[in-house]
Unconditional design. Structure first.
Length: 324
């Protein structure tokens, strides 16, 4: 089996057990790996993203792994734990500092809000406040609290539109933003400097930011394809910028449909999503498969778990493996 051309991953945060929404992402990433190379398969890894330790629930990671196993979604290597990888994240930050692409920041959230208020910017609910660049040119005697990526300076260095090809993933960096193509959502664009600003790499509480950790780990694990929930799509341009700044390859991205509650909000642990009940794993997987647009099983009561997964692998190929 030639798996070298495809390495995918499922990367849950152990803030609680899997719920119906997270099973959709897990199943999609597993199917995408198994459907690689006309069904001959690629590698599928699991990474426990426990870098945000205050939010992690004791025992949640082990329960997630047990839930995946109950559903027949078994990784091809032992899980990787982000909490053990701080030295690698520090090396990446040091590399960015040496390249003048990271700088210390003394601003609190209140400072950022005050800067926007002083500039007359109205606050929009659920819209992330871009960093106003207060510390971009120095701390001015204040004490550093965090470290930020020099998004604005990096984008300026890309003054001429450049089209990159990295592991079949095309994207372009231009003065007006970053463009990339999602395998499900199609062409996407975001002006990271304007909508996000210089984003955090090392938090004020001493914890590594998600954006840096995920880029470092995807590169270290050789990830070629990222399949995850649509709520993470707007993280993609930040991660592509970091990949370029760290001279790392860019995976191909596919963002899956979200499962929403009765109130229309994304189903999530923060919104009280119920833990996945796996007394009948096949039934839970069928529900996830329907969200992904896969065909229902003809005889679910007489279908074994492994046979169902094999059927969905075959169905996945024409749906999502076009121009893989």
């Amino acid at each position: 089996m030639n798996t070298a051309s495809y390495v995918g991953r499922f990367a849950p945060s152990p803030t609680g057990p899997l719920h119906a929404g997270s099973l959709v992402a897990a199943l999609a990433s597993w199917l995408d790996a198994r459907a690689w190379n006309a069904g001959r398969g690629g590698r599928w890894l699991v990474r426990i993203e426990d870098v945000d330790t205050p939010r992690c629930v004791p025992g949640a990671a082990e329960r997630i792994l047990a839930q995946l196993a109950a559903c027949g979604l078994l990784p091809d290597a032992p899980p990787l734990w982000q909490s053990h990888r701080g030295a690698l994240y520090q090396q990446a930050l040091d590399q960015l500092v040496d390249s003048n692409l990271a700088y210390p920041c003394a601003c609190s959230r209140k400072d950022i809000e005050m800067a926007h208020a002083a500039a007359g910017h109205a606050h929009q609910r659920h819209i992330e406040r871009p960093y106003p660049g207060t510390c971009r040119h120095g701390l001015r005697g204040r004490t550093a609290r965090s470290w930020r990526f020099a998004t604005t300076d990096f984008m300026k260095k890309q003054a001429q539109t450049l089209t990159h090809q990295a592991q079949h993933a095309s994207f372009s960096i231009a003065p007006d933003g970053l463009r990339w193509t999602d395998r499900r959502l199609g062409p996407q664009q975001q002006d990271v400097a304007r909508s996000v600003g210089d984003f955090v790499l090392l938090r004020a509480d001493g914890l590594w930011a998600y954006q840096l950790a995920v880029v470092v780990d995807d590169a270290a694990q050789g990830i070629t394809h990222v399949v995850r929930g649509e709520d993470l799509a707007d993280n993609t341009p930040r991660q592509i910028l970091l990949q370029q700044a760290l001279q790392q390859p860019t995976p191909r991205y596919l963002h899956t449909p979200l499962v929403r509650g009765a109130d229309g909000e994304k189903l999530s642990k923060q919104h009280g999503a119920a833990p996945l009940m796996l007394d009948n794993p096949l039934q839970a997987l069928q529900t996830a498969a329907q969200v992904l647009g896969l065909p229902a099983l003809v005889h679910p009561d007489n279908t074994r778990l492994g046979d169902a997964l094999s059927q969905w692998v075959k169905a996945w190929m024409p749906l999502y493996n076009r121009a893989l």
